[in-house]
Design a protein around this ligand. Sequence first.
Ligand code: HPA
Ligand code: ZN
Length: 342
Amino acid sequence: MPDIAALACALPKAELHLHIEGTLEPELAFSLAQRHGVTLPWPDVQALRAAYDFSDLQSFLDLYYAGADVLRARQDFHDLTWAYLQRAHADNLRHVEIFFDPQTHTARGVPMAEVIEGIHGALARGRDELDISFRMILSFLRHLPESEALETLAQARPFLDRIDGVGLDSSERGHPPAKFRQVFARCRALGLPVVAHAGEEGPPAYIEEALDLLHAQRIDHGVRAIESEALMERLARDQVPLTVCPLSNVKLKVYPDLRDHPLRDMLARGLKVTINSDDPAYFGGYVNANFTACVQALGLTEPEVLQLARNSIEASWVEAARRDALLADLDAAARRWRAGPA
Ligand code: HPA
Ligand code: ZN
């Protein structure tokens, strides 16, 4: 039997849905706590890992925001991002578009510059040393008022040369995209492309709002689109990329089991689906772990795996010349795989 998971792991890919704060592995959390003389509310790494037992999105977010408290200085953000890039490199990621949540840090008194420069410094190092190109997406926290998002955008203005787009994350239910119409209009006027989390826990109507009111170019998650025939048709017709995160969806109980995940149906309906890791330190694995689990649980085929890898590159914001080079690398890797072991 061909090893489709091995093919998926070997292919060059892009990751488009990754919260950098969600890459904080327990070992790094404890080492940063020690760096700053902070005591975490868990006695050790094992106890923290054991706490990763979530009932829904909110139960995860509570822990995720608590963990982020150890991120205090530029070096911390650099170390966090560098650790992620090494894992990305091991998974054959060639391009990454990462979210960061400035409000999680500025609310604790960490200056915006420390956050942005720390992350950006590591990404530039990853580009030079690991050949991973990147984009940075500033994400607004939707459980907070729009006025605070506007204030965050104002604080980010001196760093716009570092910011490639804006997103919307955190607690979805009760916080529809419509709540953030003004701030996203302002972002678009500044030339920033928009993405938004929608249809993870929230209804299909939130996906429509993200498209119609925020003018989102991609939808993060979007799995609940499967509940609306009209929306499925629209997403397929317009080839709106959906950055799906299968292990996240199981860990946060969007689906009871990966075998219940609609990823394959979505692909069969012609949606532009990509596979991503979301918050890999908390959800059980990085991109290749997500691909491998999907191959095992859903029986993804060779053409489906190739399509998913291709979609990740095509749906990215990488410049055209590099996109074409990455797609050529993808075709070459597929040909090598078909030719069999060297
Ligand atoms: N959903 C919403 N907000 C988030 C997530 C997520 O999966 N991860 C980090 N912030
Ligand atoms: Zn997410």
